[in-house]
Design a protein around this ligand. Structure first.
Ligand code: ARG
Length: 582
């Protein structure tokens, strides 16, 4: 059960019964300090203001009208009109008993199931994936997992950059190497960065080749020449294979059928422009076809009105045109109710514009929710964009190699008894998780400084800390060879530390729901970190295996079991693997 939502519903009802307007809200949230109660309703003051009445008096009335007796102790008014709520141990214990038996851990189903399109990762296939793709890939994947878990139909879309002039150059270069089907080319393509670099070098140095490259763009995109197409397909396939290697290594769930790149929309672009024209929205400006909307008046860099250009004067289409076609496809064909675009925040204006154009043109149903989920940048220790020592972009593959190497050193120091294969296995999981978790645990909108030492630390809100906490809970069972049946019985909540842990455990459903609503995976990381902390305090003050009696031993084991399950599920939702032993 979503405790917060349940309390909110009941107190809001009481608020209305006490005379507040229909739209009044209880605004219940968990309290930061449990000594004042577990939850607090903050909405009484605003309601009192509207009613022009004393907030404390209104709060008293709300308490009298509220029906909370099964789940909470009698609430108390605090400060200027807050209502503090303490859950009843017995009721909470009952909730937790249910949660342990439920593989959704008490997370309910949505009132209305939605089809949610999550657009994430979307690398440019002309080159290899680099650190700039990490955040979208990792955060997008976590959001897709969470939305699925709370019961929505999720459609992942990998909007890869597989179209445009760069591909003319690459395909022309492929052809210049001859031997189109042979293995020589495969070897060349094995290192895409190098391949791109060479093609570009040739393009810049050799005018004849540059012309050829431009001709290839036309052959590929306009004339639909079969040979050019085949060469392009070969290139894209190779590049996607590389992306999939990265995804597998990262434990990201994107697969081949999620790829719907820019090329997919190529045939749909003319009709986007035609329909905008029919809607009377097109204006020609310096030969280009543009849409000007009131919202973007004066928003240009020099204070001019900002257009959305959908076709250039040379008839070429743009990133925005493709996104308009994609938006339509997602609404019409994929039947999306909600679309999330997980990209860096520098694209905020682009999405604001295409959302506005699509709405105005009626490409999107009124009740379809569109959301850009903006991401800050990953910075190096010097506070500038993260780069190699030589100043180049860091390939994701190299970053992950380094993560595993560093984790291997760490594991070897901490756990020299494990054999080499075991240490590699642990290092792989810890290293990759550390990189992912460092990203997930920050508020996604802010830039963050990439630090190996911090992310691999066993202290603080890190992957190794969480994985260690999980292994520690599991070790309680392992110590005496216990399995889950040892925890069969009821949760008993007597000690304050037991109650604190129990309240945290009870907050899993509302946390997962908040991540789904606000697209903020860091809320889940923060929650798991607090949960681990509550567990450590409990474990220090309440003996489990040596509990004073059988009922308390079983009850505590049951809390341990639910903690393990919650941490494991929570980490899984973030795409982080756990280890039974570390
Ligand atoms: N390929 C784009 C980039 O590298 C990201 C694609 C985001 N999705 C979209 N529908 N525009 O920045």
């Amino acid at each position: 059960m979503n405790l917060k939502r349940e309390l909110d519903r009941r107190i809001t009802e009481a608020l209305v019964a006490a005379g507040a307007p229909d739209r009044a809200q209880a605004l219940v949230s968990p309290s930061a300090r449990s000594q004042f109660g577990h939850y607090q309703a903050n909405g009484v003051m605003a309601a009192a203001k509207k009613l022009k009445t004393d907030p404390r008096e209104l709060a008293e009335k709300v308490i009298a009208a509220a029906d909370l007796s099964d789940m909470a102790e009698p609430p108390e008014v605090a400060g200027p009109g807050f209502i503090n709520i303490r859950l009843k141990p017995k009721w909470l214990a009952g909730q937790l008993d249910k949660a342990v038996r439920d593989n959704r851990l008490g997370v309910g189903r949505p009132d209305k199931k939605q089809t949610v399109v999550v657009d994430y990762s979307g690398p440019n296939l002309a080159k290899e994936m680099h650190v700039g793709h990490l955040r979208s890939t990792v955060i997008g994947d976590a959001l897709a997992r969470v939305l699925e878990f709370v019961g929505h139909d999720v459609i992942r879309q990998n909007h890869v950059g597989d179209w445009g002039t760069q591909f003319g150059m690459l395909v022309a270069y492929m052809e210049s190497l001859g031997d189109r089907e042979g293995s020589g080319l495969s070897a060349e393509l094995a290192d895409l960065e190098e391949f791109y670099r060479k093609a570009k070098e040739r393009f810049d140095a050799d005018a004849g080749f540059a012309d050829k490259a431009r001709e290839y763009v036309v052959r590929l995109q306009v004339k639909k020449d079969k040979n050019a197409r085949r060469a392009w397909e070969r290139f894209v396939e190779q590049s996607l294979e590389h992306c999939e290697q990265v995804y597998r290594r990262l434990g990201v769930l994107l697969i081949g059928s999620d790829v719907r790149g820019e090329s997919f929309y190529n045939d749909k672009l003319p009709s986007v422009v035609e329909d905008l024209d029919t809607a009377g929205m097109l204006v020609e400006s310096q030969g280009a076809k543009c849409v000007f909307l009131d919202e973007f008046k004066g928003k240009g860099s020099d204070g001019t009105d900002l257009p959305v250009i959908v076709q250039k004067s040379d008839c070429g289409y743009l990133y925005a045109t493709t996104d308009l076609a994609a938006l339509r496809y997602r609404c019409d064909e994929l039947k999306a109710n909600r679309i999330l675009y997980v990209t860096d925040s520098r694209q905020a204006m682009h999405f604001a514009q295409i959302f506005a154009v699509a709405r105005e043109a009626g490409f999107v149903g009124k009740d379809v929710r569109l959301k850009h989920v903006p991401l800050g940048m990953m910075l190096g220790g010097d506070g500038r964009p993260f780069r190699t020592r030589e100043g180049g972009t860091v390939r994701l593959m190299d970053l992950l190699d380094e993560a595993e190497q560093r984790a291997f050193k760490l594991v070897s120091e901490k756990n020299p008894d494990l054999n080499e294969a075991q240490r590699s296995q642990v290092a792989r999981i810890v290293g990759i998780s550390a990189v992912k978790y460092a990203d997930l645990s920050r508020n996604r909108t802010s830039d963050y400084v990439f630090s190996w030492d911090k992310m691999l630390s066993l202290e603080g809100n890190t992957a190794p800390y969480m994985q260690y906490a999980y292994a520690r809970v599991r070790s309680i069972f392992r110590k005496e060879g216990l399995d889950e049946t040892a925890a069969e019985g009821g949760v008993v909540l007597g000690e304050p530390a037991e109650m604190d842990l129990a309240v945290k455990l009870g907050q899993f459903p509302e946390t997962v729901q908040a991540v789904a609503d606000e697209c903020l995976p860091n809320l889940l990381c923060g929650y798991l970190f607090d949960l681990a902390g509550a567990f450590m305090t409990f474990y220090e003050s309440c003996p489990v295996l040596k509990a004073p009696d059988k009922a308390r031993r079983t009850g505590r084991l049951r809390l341990c079991l639910l903690t393990a399950k919650t941490v494991r599920s929570g980490l899984e939702l973030l795409g982080i693997e756990t280890l039974e032993q570390m």
